[in-house]
Design a protein around this ligand. Structure first.
Ligand code: DX5
Ligand code: ZN
Length: 221
């Protein structure tokens, strides 16, 4: 039986009380804390850097899932790993030498490496590195903002990817990020997602623990 993992995205948390919100997610049963790093170039928004990741790593013991939405991520990998990242994803579209960047992350022990794909990016661009990575992050919205609607065509993209992973018998997980709530979580899980990232549906509803439980139960109900 597959079991879903829930990764609340702190993009929708209260930035003045980040440590408290991360604790709420931890106590609410989150599997990972998803941290969105944006540089104002790869995406039209700016968020946080390695210092905040380091501070949060002192606040929680659950793994930190750091999603780099930045150009030239190779220049910042050392810093984000030193800051305490446990999972690190880079965007395929941001890497001219994707295989090399993956190898750089893999040179560190105990880090899970992921490749993220924007909604318009084809899976064909991924197949040559699929055996090298731990997870694929399928963006189900255009990256840069929380609170957007899931793009429906991404369900088929998840199914196609799941088939490729199964056919090749690879231990690669699928993480899906953007527009996920308790109404669509089951469809996304059944399409093949292993990890659901959720920002606004976890942090904007008032009860973080209930929101995480609702998401998890939606996948089994
Ligand atoms: C968007 C980020 C997401 C975002 C998801 O660029 O990568 O992690 O926080 O937010 P929701 O769940 O509100 O769509
Ligand atoms: Zn994200």
């Amino acid at each position: 039986m597959r079991k879903v993992k829930i990764a609340p995205s702190i993009l929708s948390a209260n930035f003045a009380k980040l440590g408290e919100d991360v604790k709420l997610a931890e106590c609410g049963g989150a599997d990972y804390i998803h941290i969105d790093v944006m540089d104002g170039h790869f995406v039209p928004n700016i968020t946080i850097g390695p210092q905040v990741v380091k501070s949060l790593s002192n606040e929680t013991s659950i793994p930190l899932d750091v999603h780099l939405m930045i150009e030239n991520p190779e220049f910042f990998i050392d810093d984000f790993i030193a800051a305490g990242s446990d999972l690190l994803s880079i965007h395929l579209e941001a890497c001219r030498h994707l295989h090399r960047v993956i190898q750089k992350i893999k040179s560190y022990p105990n880090i899970k490496v992921g490749v993220a794909l924007n909604p318009a990016t084809a899976l064909t661009n991924l197949v040559n590195v699929l055996s090298e990575i731990d997870f694929v992050l399928i963006m189900s919205v255009n990256p840069g903002l929380g609170g957007q609607e899931l793009i429906p065509q991404m369900i088929d993209k998840i199914k196609f990817l799941k088939n490729i992973i199964r056919e090749r018998n690879l231990p690669v997980e699928i993480e899906v990020d953007g527009g996920i709530d308790a109404n669509n979580a089951k469809k996304i899980f059944e399409a093949g997602a292993d990890i659901l990232v959720a920002g606004s549906s976890v942090f904007c509803k008032g009860d973080v623990k209930k929101a995480i439980t609702d998401l998890r139960e939606a996948t089994t109900g």
